[in-house]
Design a binder for this molecule. Sequence first.
Ligand SMILES: [Zn+2]
Length: 134
Amino acid sequence: MAFEGLTRDIQSAPFFDAAARDILLVKRCDACGHVCNFEKYTCTVCCSGELSVTEAVGTGTIETWTATALSKDFTAVVAIVELDEGPWIIGRVSGLGSDELSHGMRVAVEFDRIGSGEPVPIFVRSPTERPTAG
Ligand SMILES: [Zn+2]
């Protein structure tokens, strides 16, 4: 099974242009200050449609995760990460096995392309996260 990767449209183009520069975009509500995922058009707290695009710091904590064997040689670890700004996003975890993850573990966003698709957020161990003893 081949996965073709993501393609852009006019709404997602700014997100992918930023991702190509290793920047994760989110949106901040001009009315209440709540931060939403980029794909939102209205604030998830106050329903205002006045959202400004802003850059996320690019770090967060793992909420939960799962591992799926995509082939006999590759198991994808996918996590829901709470960004430091608040939104939860889903992304593959790179360089860590599912048995190395824990709730609240610090991770940092990087970007990866599948085939010729657009760069998508993935997560790696945060440079500030120290391996646990044992
Ligand atoms: Zn709001």
